[in-house]
Design a binder for this molecule. Structure first.
Ligand SMILES: [Zn+2]
Length: 203
């Protein structure tokens, strides 16, 4: 649990924007402030992540209701963040809209996911110690019904307790970690791996 995650979230916003993972106000980030009752710091809806300010980090409860912050309304995807925090026990949840997650989540939608295996960078995922690891990256169909999407995400995480993340079709990546730093590392690892997997097929 982090006391003051705002400055880290602001830094991650600028960093991920620069790398093309949260363009056009897309993506959203959250960090657990308190577990019980749940208090989540989360980016406000429709804000430019490249120019995120501490004012645009809001505090919400386990129903996604705004408790603190005047920098906008909570992200539309707040319920998904709550679902990941409660089901996976995450301390932070990061959601990006990169090109490669958009492409691969479409290519593999019929199989509802794909395996990533044999890459050294897999060792950047928590608990993975060898490149021989086989990582399942599942795909959920996209929806604007956040309650329905959150319910499907909960079922997915319960059925696959070793997941490090999941994709939403033609939309993006959700990943998490035991700290904001761990979640940020997972974004970097998954973005690297997805680009490597996709580019490899071009040869
Ligand atoms: Zn999104």
């Amino acid at each position: 649990m982090q006391r003051e995650p705002s400055s880290t979230l602001v830094r991650l916003g600028a960093d991920f924007y620069r790398r093309g993972w949260v363009l056009g106000t897309s993506g959203n980030f959250s960090a657990v402030l308190n577990r019980d009752p749940l208090r989540l710091a989360i980016t406000a809806s429709s804000v430019d992540k490249g120019r995120l300010t501490a004012n645009e980090i809001l505090q919400v409860d386990d129903k996604g209701r705004l408790l603190e912050g005047a920098g906008g309304k909570p992200s539309a995807e707040t319920l998904l963040h709550v679902a990941v925090v409660q089901t996976a026990g995450a301390a932070a949840v990061l959601h990006t809209h990169s090109v490669w997650s958009t492409v691969l989540s479409d290519v593999h939608s019929a199989e509802a996911g794909f395996f990533i295996e044999g890459y050294e960078m897999l060792k950047g995922l928590a608990g993975v110690t060898t490149h021989e690891h086989r990582e399942w990256l599942p795909i959920l169909e996209n929806s604007q019904d956040m309650e329905a999407l959150s319910s499907r995400a909960v079922l997915l995480m319960r059925a696959n307790p070793n997941l490090h993340g999941f994709l939403i079709r033609r939309h993006g990546l959700y990943t998490w970690g035991e700290s904001l730093e761990a979640a940020a590392r997972h974004v970097e690892i998954f973005e690297f791996l997805m680009e490597a997997v996709a580019r490899r097929r071009m040869f």
